[in-house]
Every structure is written in C-alpha cells, then in structure tokens.
Design a protein around this ligand. Structure first.
Ligand code: SF4
Ligand code: SF4
Length: 258
C-alpha cells in the first residue's frame, strides 16, 4: 500500500528481523485496512487480477483502478479505486475478508512489511531488494497478536518472491528515472508507459494491429512468445518502456524506417 510515511518505522530491517503479527477474522479491526487505502498496483498484480476476474486489462483498469501521476518523476501509476461513497471500501473486500485473496496485490500481501529498493552496480544496474522496514499503523491490531515471524518467513508465506521477480525490471525503470533526475514526461509518453505497464490487452493490439512490427526488428521467436504468453508480453512491455525513455536501445528500428 502507499502508506503515509508517518506509519513507517525509520529502521532498516533484514530478512532475519523478527516481528509479531496475525490477521484473522476474529480481530476487531478485521477489514478496516481494506478501505480508504492508497494501493499501488504493479504490472504483475494486474495480470493476476484480471485473469482471476476473467476480464480484459482495459475493463479491469476502467472499473478498478485510477491513474496517479507521481509529482516528482511524472511517471504514471495505477492505484486501486475505492468505492465512490462514504465507505470508500476496496471493491474486493467481503465480510469474509479479501475476495481475491490468492491474487491480491503485492502491497496487500507484504503488509506490515515494506521494502526499500536500490540499484547496485554501475554495469548491470539491476535492482536489489535492499532492505525492509515495518509499517506500524495505529488502527491495525495485528501487531499485538502472538504469532512471531522473521521477514523471510513472512515473505515465503505471502508468496512475495514471485511478485518481486515478475516486477523487478519494472521497478528498475522507476528507480533509474529517479536516480537520473530525468525531465518530466509529456502526456503521450505517460499514456504509452501506462499502456505498456498495465494495459497489456491494448498493448498487444498496439503491437499486432499497428505498424509496430514494420518499424522494429524483432525476432520471429520473440513475436511468437509475446503473442501467446502474457508474461512474455509484460516483459516485452518493460523493454519497450526502456526504449521510449531512452534508457537503453532495447529495440532496433528497421533500416527501411531510418
Ligand atoms: S485487494 Fe484484498 S487485501 Fe487488498 S485492499 Fe482489497 S480486499 Fe483488502
Ligand atoms: S490486523 Fe491489520 S491487516 Fe489485519 S484486518 Fe486488522 S488492520 Fe487489516
């Protein structure tokens, strides 16, 4: 979740750091955190949730997300849209808890553990999941329960590694932009980045139903992969984002187009 920094403990933790936490139906704050929350979505969150709901990425984003433009970097992000009434509930919360539990967004999974990221190495410039921190929201009573975890045990229990693996390259793009202090994005670039991050059904049409493949040299095997495999399409989206942000020459323009 995009939580206010005032709830973030200013102490760096490691995978061995211990904490107590249990979230369950009998706790008096049950479901309280699933309303009026700023929950940042990642590309892999959208892949999982739209598949679970059996809808397109366009329908998912239209119904369940809104665009947030980061003030500093001007990068576009999708956030989960709360219901438009006084309750401001997450559209997926039910009296039994999360209605999309197995496919819930990574920020819901990791809570109350937050993750700090950094780029290491000047050559590969890869994201390393650098450190962790605890989020201590006063309204969350789970920290008063007796179940003890290390951060590593918590992450295994929540399936966090798979989400990190899937989103790593996308996070790297955000961090590199922040580190480079790049110029503000214009609305056209923001819209392309949003599409290539989150709206994969539209991105697929953009690749296969426009002049895209006439413009770029892309190996046949890669074309086949992105046509049939959504994860490959998502990864190609990361490549495309690096290209349009001029971070790396991840795509090659066909000679006839030059
Ligand atoms: S997705 Fe699930 S866990 Fe996350 S806020 Fe909504 S109901 Fe709660
Ligand atoms: S214990 Fe915390 S995470 Fe669980 S329902 Fe209560 S507020 Fe939400």
């Amino acid at each position: 979740m995009l939580l206010s920094m005032k709830f973030v403990e200013p102490i760096e933790r490691t995978l061995n750091s211990k904490f107590k936490f249990r979230c369950h139906k009998g706790i008096s704050c049950f479901n309280r955190c699933c309303r009026n929350a700023d929950i940042l979505l990642t590309p892999y969150d959208v892949v999982r949730m739209k598949k679970r709901l059996g809808i397109s990425s366009e329908e998912f984003l239209e119904k369940y997300a809104y665009v947030h433009i980061d003030e500093k970097s001007s990068h576009p992000y999708a956030l989960l849209k709360m219901t438009d009434n006084d309750e401001k509930k997450c559209p997926f919360v039910t009296p039994e808890g999360c209605g999309v539990y197995e496919d819930r967004p990574v920020n819901c999974r990791n809570y109350p553990v937050g993750q700090g990221l950094m780029i290491k190495g000047t050559e590969d410039r890869k994201v390393k999941e650098g450190f962790y921190f605890f989020i201590k929201e006063p309204n969350c009573l789970g920290c008063g329960e007796d179940n003890e975890w290390t951060i590593e045990q918590w992450r295994i229990d929540q399936g966090s590694d798979l989400y990190d693996e899937m989103n790593r390259e996308w996070k790297e793009i955000q961090l590199r932009r922040d580190a480079l202090g790049q110029p503000k994005l214009d609305p056209k670039k923001q819209s392309m980045l949003y599409m290539a991050s989150y709206d994969l059904d539209r991105f697929r049409r953009f690749i296969f139903e426009s002049r895209f493949l006439d413009s770029f040299e892309i190996a046949k095997e890669e074309i086949e992969k992105i046509k049939s495999d959504e994860i490959e399409l998502m990864k190609f989206g990361f490549k495309y984002q690096k290209y349009i942000l001029m971070m790396e020459e991840t795509l090659k323009v066909k000679e006839a187009q030059l």
